[in-house]
Design a protein around this ligand. Structure first.
Ligand code: 13P
Length: 254
């Protein structure tokens, strides 16, 4: 039996890609998209948002950003606001990615501010949570993830929480070729859902989508996406590959 939640496959291009790749990827994805009941989002670097918006205009693929500034305008050199994302028809935005937490001091409090700004501008946040290897080995993975989740969504009304998507990305599985086992991932997703039932409502807990991210590829996607609590994937490296990303979309189409 299919899940009630519509699968979502999001590609995070990080600081990679080109308009040429966007066109090639679209061509590779197209046959699968037509009969698919999966939602597909690509999050390219800021510099490609405008041209990719044009490239994807007549398609079912939506556009996401990888970051946003919590303020709407002002003296913030190098930053991009939610109002600017609106102008480029960006519908989604990743927040709290572990690379931004580690390299750009993105704290839970900043994640929460960004989530609020995005929701005010009608952009759906993809809120990333995940533990490091050290934290997992110390048995702290669940508490670390629950804390990130609580802080990232704190004080939001239930209907705003419902507009968020959570991405569980264990840091040790990102770009390493080492995925969490489907059991490890599903078990963390269940923990997240249980926490949401406490933090928010049963409805939020059962309807919110929780994606898995970390070394997802065309070969391992089906087993992950089959799990009861995994509603899609946040894909890094394999979202840049025309022979991988379409296979991930197909794997979620069950
Ligand atoms: P990889 O798929 O390259 O491991 O990256 C995952 C990720 O960080 C997506 O946001």
């Amino acid at each position: 039996m299919g899940k009630m939640r519509k699968p979502l496959i999001a590609g995070n291009w990080k600081m990679n890609g080109s308009i040429g790749l966007a066109a090639d990827l679209l061509q590779a994805m197209q046959p699968g998209l037509e009969e698919s009941s999966v939602e597909v989002v690509i999050c390219p670097p800021f510099s490609l948002l405008q041209s990719m918006g044009e490239c994807f205009r007549e398609t079912s693929v939506s556009l996401g950003a990888q970051n946003v500034h919590p303020q709407i305008s002002g003296a913030y050199t190098g930053e991009t606001s939610a109002a600017m994302l609106n102008e480029m028809e960006v519908k989604w935005c990743i927040v709290g990615h572990s690379e931004r937490r580690a390299q750009f001091a993105e704290t839970d409090a900043l994640v929460r501010q960004k989530v609020g700004t995005l929701l005010q501008h009608g952009i759906q946040p993809i809120v990333c949570v995940g533990e490091s290897l050290e934290e997992r080995e110390a048995g702290k993975h669940e508490s670390v993830v629950v804390e990130q989740l609580k802080n990232g969504l704190s004080g939001l009304a239930a209907d705003d929480q419902l507009r968020c998507t959570i991405a569980y990305e264990p840091v040790w599985a990102i770009g390493t070729g080492k995925t969490a086992t489907s059991q490890q991932a599903n078990s963390m997703h269940l923990t997240i859902r249980r926490e949401l039932a406490e933090l928010a409502t049963e409805q939020v807990a059962s309807e919110i989508r929780i994606l898995y991210g970390g070394s997802v590829n065309a070969a391992n996607a089906a087993e992950l996406l089959e799990q009861s609590e995994i509603d899609g994937a946040l894909v890094g490296g394999a979202s840049l590959k025309t022979d991988q990303f379409p296979g991930i979309i197909a794997a979620s189409n069950v």
